[in-house]
Design a protein around this ligand. Structure first.
Ligand SMILES: Cc1cc2nc3c(=O)[nH]c(=O)nc-3n(C[C@H](O)[C@H](O)[C@H](O)COP(=O)(O)OP(=O)(O)OC[C@H]3O[C@@H](n4cnc5c(N)ncnc54)[C@H](O)[C@@H]3O)c2cc1C
Length: 429
């Protein structure tokens, strides 16, 4: 159910520059740091290690950007998934909590900074992200987010009901805005980062799935079907599609499948009434409404299905219905023409993970749907850590042993079928 048909063209691939795939891994290689997984986390980890002055090899099982990093909605957001800064501090304690909050507050800036550093064209727009509220209860929660981030020094502002409604083109009671955030074509970003890594001297192998990790006296040997890489330090950045590469690792996260859809390009008249100033938006519903424009004025949104039959047809219809309800300017259902799906990793407490699996073997990531910006900050920290520039105590998250999810198979099914319940909650709140 969760594997993506990554060859199928989707909107982000269609509008991104092409890149020739890196070679497959053949024969036996050695390096200082091996990164497994070529999404944002893996690529940022490879960059963090390379910037620290060590040799780096990265293995990607399919194509760079073939999983969540190349298929997501493209919202680049400096905010937690559902939680407030104080809630992270109470989970992680004041020292790590504060460090983590600061990293999250700066994460969109780091992502846009990488585009600038490497001259990446990912159709990036850094005009802020708005989280509007549709009920009094969610308005109170939005206010809490705003106040807490403001106290930390994040560049945020409060929007009144009339400001939020005018800017978004949809009726809301108010909301808050994070100014360093925005939106990108995420697949174009994966292409740009892969090119940048090669330019910096990272060796990338694509279509090279790591199948087995062998422990050596010093370090590890990671095997693919046609070769191996030996390294003292190995970073696993395999996210939702983590298979059997390490015992029980896949039981520490829940793959969660969602779809994305986009309208045909909107005319200037609609463009002037919907998302004025080109912000990115995702609201506070449990069945989240989220939108931004792509480079050709298509409105990009998404949702999930409880059952996946006729997924594309039903997905386009559902998004057309949501957009019609959200934006009075449409005056009817807009034409939704693009559809694709993807899978990200969630955990019940929505706290990202850093696991030490053995000496010199780590796993990190799991962003519960809020990973575009964060993966680029956390990934670089993981790379510095693997290169010996950070100790466990200096990391922005607690370094732990694996945290397995109880009754994992059941939890996966429940998480992926909760959608009707979320909608019911939205109606009640
Ligand atoms: C449809 C969708 C919409 C989303 N929208 C947003 C959004 O708007 N904003 C936001 O912040 N977040 C969003 N997310 C979440 C975000 O995309 C992810 O959190 C982030 O991309 C995770 O990056 P990653 O590198 O950790 O994982 P991935 O991008 O999943 O990369 C992991 C990589 O590891 C590779 N791999 C796995 N096993 C092996 C192996 N054994 N050997 C070699 N390679 C392996 C996979 O092929 C994959 O390329 C969305 C996700 C999806 C799916």
């Amino acid at each position: 159910m969760f594997d993506v048909d990554w060859h199928t063209p989707h909107l982000w691939r269609k509008t991104a520059l092409k890149r020739d795939a890196a070679p497959r891994l053949l024969g036996d290689h050695e390096t200082d740091v091996l990164v497994v997984g070529g999404g944002f986390t893996g690529m940022a980890a490879a960059l963090g290690a390379k910037d620290s002055g060590v040799n780096v090899i990265m293995l990607e099982g399919n194509e760079i950007g073939s999983a969540a990093s190349g298929r997501n909605n493209g919202l680049v957001i400096s905010h937690h998934s559902k939680a407030s800064p104080s809630e992270f501090e109470s989970t992680f304690g004041p020292v790590i909590g504060e460090r983590y909050n600061r990293m999250v507050a700066g994460s969109a800036g780091v992502a846009f900074g990488l585009m600038q550093r490497f001259g990446i064209n990912a159709h990036q727009v850094q005009e802020g992200w708005i989280q509007p509220a549709h009920t009094e209860k969610t308005l109170k929660r939005a206010r809490q987010f705003y106040e807490e981030w403001k106290a930390i020094g994040a560049e945020v502002s409060w929007l009144s009901s009339s400001d939020a409604t005018a800017k978004i083109g949809s009726p809301y009671l108010g909301g808050w805005m994070v100014h360093n955030s925005g939106h990108i074509n995420p697949f174009a970003m994966t292409i740009g980062l892969a090119n940048a890594l090669e330019q910096e001297g990272v060796t990338i192998f694509e279509n090279s799935r790591a199948l087995l990790i062998e422990r050596l006296d010093r370090g590890w040997r990671v095997h693919t079907d046609q070769g191996s890489v030996t390294a003292p330090e190995v970073v696993l950045a395999t996210n939702a599609l983590t298979g059997d590469i390490w015992p029980d690792l896949k039981r520490t996260l829940i793959p969660f499948k969602v779809f994305q859809a986009a309208t045909e390009p909107l005319c200037d008249e609609l463009r002037e009434k919907i998302l004025v100033g080109d912000p990115a938006v995702s609201d506070m519903r449990n069945d989240l409404r989220y939108f931004h424009y792509d480079c050709d004025n298509r409105l990009v949104s998404g949702a999930t299905h409880t059952l996946w039959f006729d997924e594309a047809e039903r997905g386009r219809a559902k998004v057309a219905q949501v957009l019609e309800k959200a934006f009075p300017a449409f005056g009817g259902p807009p034409k939704v023409v693009e559809y694709w799906h993807g899978t990200f990793a969630v955990v019940p407490d929505r706290r990202p993970r850093l696991y030490r699996l053995g000496p010199g073997l780590v796993f990190g990531g799991v962003y519960s749907g809020r990973g575009v910006a964060l993966s680029m900050s956390l990934g670089q920290e993981m790379g510095r850590w693997a290169a010996g520039r950070r100790s466990d105590d200096e990391m922005p998250l607690p370094v732990t042993a694996m945290q397995k999810i109880r009754m994992h198979a059941v939890a996966v099914q429940v998480a992926n079928r909760m959608h009707p319940w979320h909608r019911l909650q939205d109606r009640r709140s």
